[in-house]
Design a protein around this ligand. Structure first.
Ligand SMILES: *[C@@H]1O[C@H](CO)[C@@H](O)[C@H](O)[C@H]1NC(C)=O
Ligand SMILES: *[C@@H]1O[C@H](CO)[C@@H](O)[C@H](O)[C@H]1NC(C)=O
Ligand SMILES: *[C@@H]1O[C@H](CO)[C@@H](O)[C@H](O)[C@H]1NC(C)=O
Ligand SMILES: *[C@@H]1O[C@H](CO)[C@@H](O)[C@H](O)[C@H]1NC(C)=O
Ligand SMILES: *[C@@H]1O[C@H](CO)[C@@H](O)[C@H](O)[C@H]1NC(C)=O
Ligand SMILES: *[C@@H]1O[C@H](CO)[C@@H](O)[C@H](O)[C@H]1NC(C)=O
Ligand SMILES: *[C@@H]1O[C@H](CO)[C@@H](O)[C@H](O)[C@H]1NC(C)=O
Ligand SMILES: *[C@@H]1O[C@H](CO)[C@@H](O)[C@H](O)[C@H]1NC(C)=O
Length: 444
């Protein structure tokens, strides 16, 4: 009897010890760090957590996939992955080790210690340290680096996946050609580069942001070109919170766009979803999911690239030929199939009396067959356009200080829309034959 009791007692003691062991182990595991130092590594199931518990880095297996990836997600919403390292090189399920190479690069190893991904920094680090910041940026630096002003040797913010977080840039370094672009996932199960990219299209001093379908090289959306003040034809993102500031930077070295969040409890992300829609989400840190969709690009049907075909204008979702033009295919046009666009009713041929019709508040045509002369006045621009029989239209390239510069379109006018009230557009001058000239404005 006494023996029985004692045995029971011992069993209880053992159980308590076991519980303590489990608790200690569990605590030990949950006391995750935000930093990984030399000779340390992370394996499948282990994570780094940013100091304020906002972001987490580790291995994940998306949807029905059997592959594993190294990624960063919101701690409160593990299904919301914002960055993926080995998009092109998946790991077999439940494998993978993140560690440092001998020269201090971050490397991802598979079961047979093959490198499936690397941070590819050119700088050699003696004492590499990688840290997951509360911004969601994974940064690599040297622990004992002497020069404190040196930037990170590598940062995930420079290599976006499909998501732009506050503080990340989208654009182009004009000196090095380095590009920050978003590339959509292939599908919900597959983070490999999908069908769409969001990039800055820059050529000959003209630029605009575009969503492009990679395979067909077809545009799905464009902002309109920068005119010194705004991207022509893009209403400002309706941001309810003053605490979110969109910042556009344009100087000799870089053209970039980013969001800055001035209240630390707000989280923002802009994701190019795999059907090519760019979605802006904002949430409060206290919430439990990244669900508050704030804005989308394209935002309405007139925003869909080339919706109305050539030489037509989109207004309130409907297409209309520019004055002096008529549907190329009237039957299609009648059934609201606009893609064949419009052609001139009376051809122009540089004959006497030709002139220009003014259309106000318009998203200027896409930068196809366009020439730019930054030095030319609008008056000179008109004269030059009139002289050149293939010149279809002209406009100022910069609207600051009363307007300057000359844009001339020498081919079809693609992807125009007109705004009824707010002036998100610009004034465009379209060539017309003498007999078509008359009324001077397109929309009220
Ligand atoms: C996973 O597969 C099942 C069955 O095929 C399907 O119903 C489900 O939608 C898939 N889930 C994802 C995330 O793709
Ligand atoms: C590991 O990666 C290396 C290099 O990418 C590759 O050659 C090897 O086949 C991979 N091993 C496994 C088991 O996937
Ligand atoms: C930029 O736009 C021009 C004009 O539409 C096009 O020809 C070119 O392919 C675009 N560039 C990129 C990188 O998409
Ligand atoms: C251009 O802007 C970037 C970003 O703010 C800055 O780092 C760079 O020094 C600027 N370059 C010049 C020439 O002002
Ligand atoms: C992408 O966003 C659009 C617009 O909200 C939506 O219709 C579409 O279903 C989304 N695609 C995916 C794959 O989430
Ligand atoms: C130029 O166009 C006008 C109007 O369409 C027409 O009357 C005239 O004959 C044309 N001239 C030439 C040389 O083609
Ligand atoms: C532009 O105009 C300025 C001042 O009128 C002149 O000094 C400059 O040479 C012009 N540049 C070009 C490319 O014509
Ligand atoms: C019209 O202007 C373009 C671009 O400046 C030029 O290439 C073309 O030769 C001009 N055509 C004529 C007929 O002057």
């Amino acid at each position: 009897m006494e023996l029985e009791l004692r045995r029971g007692h011992l069993q209880t003691m053992a159980k308590i010890a076991l519980y303590i062991f489990i608790i200690v182990t569990t605590i030990g595991l949950s006391l995750t760090a935000d930093i990984l130092g030399m000779n340390q590594s992370i394996s499948y199931g282990e994570t780094l957590v940013s100091s304020d518990l906002i972001f987490e880095l580790g291995f994940f297996t998306p949807g029905n996939s059997s592959m594993s990836y190294l990624g960063i997600w919101y701690k409160f919403s593990p299904e919301t992955v914002v960055w993926v390292a080995n998009r092109n090189n998946p790991l077999a399920e439940r494998s993978g080790v993140l560690t440092f190479s001998t020269v201090g690069n971050l490397v991802l190893l598979n079961q047979s210690n093959g490198v499936v991904w690397s941070s590819k920094s050119s700088r050699v680090l003696q004492n590499p340290v990688v840290q997951l910041l509360d911004s969601g940026n994974l940064v690599l630096w040297d622990k004992f680096s002497s020069s404190s002003n040196e930037a990170y040797s590598w940062q995930s913010f420079d290599y976006p996946s499909d998501t732009l977080l506050a503080g990340m840039k989208l654009g182009l370094n004009l000196k090095t050609g380095f590009e920050w672009r978003l590339t959509a996932w292939k599908s919900m199960d597959d983070p490999s580069p999908g069908d769409y990219v969001n990039l800055l299209n820059y050529s000959q001093g003209l630029f605009q942001y575009e969503i492009v379908q990679v395979d067909g090289h077809s545009k799905k959306f464009r902002t309109g070109q920068w005119n010194g003040v705004q991207f022509v034809g893009i209403p400002p993102i309706p941001i309810p919170e003053q605490a979110i500031v969109p910042i556009f930077m344009f100087n000799e070295t870089e053209i970039s766009f980013m969001f800055e969040v001035q209240k630390s409890q707000l989280l923002l992300k802009m994701t190019l979803n795999y059907s090519g829609v760019l979605q802006v989400f904002v949430t409060d840190r206290s919430r439990s999911a990244m669900s508050n969709l704030m804005h989308e690009f394209p935002s309405d049907s007139c925003n869909l690239y080339d919706r109305c075909g050539a030489n037509a204008i989109c207004s309130l979702g409907l297409c209309e030929c520019v004055k002096g033009f008529m549907p190329r295919s009237p039957d299609e046009w009648k059934v609201l199939e606009f893609s064949s666009g419009c052609m001139r009713t009376i051809p122009t041929n540089c004959s006497k009396g030709e002139g220009f019709m003014e259309i106000k508040r318009v998203k200027l045509p896409d930068l196809l067959d366009v020439t730019l002369n930054k030095n030319m006045s609008l008056k000179k621009c008109k004269d030059e356009c009139l002289k050149n029989c293939s010149c279809m239209a002209y406009a100022n390239s910069d609207i600051r200080d009363g307007g300057s510069g000359c844009l001339m379109w020498l081919g079809d006018l693609i992807d125009m829309r007109v705004f009824e009230k707010q002036n998100y557009g610009q004034t465009l001058y379209i060539r017309l034959s003498a007999s078509e000239l008359g009324m001077h404005t397109y929309a009220n």
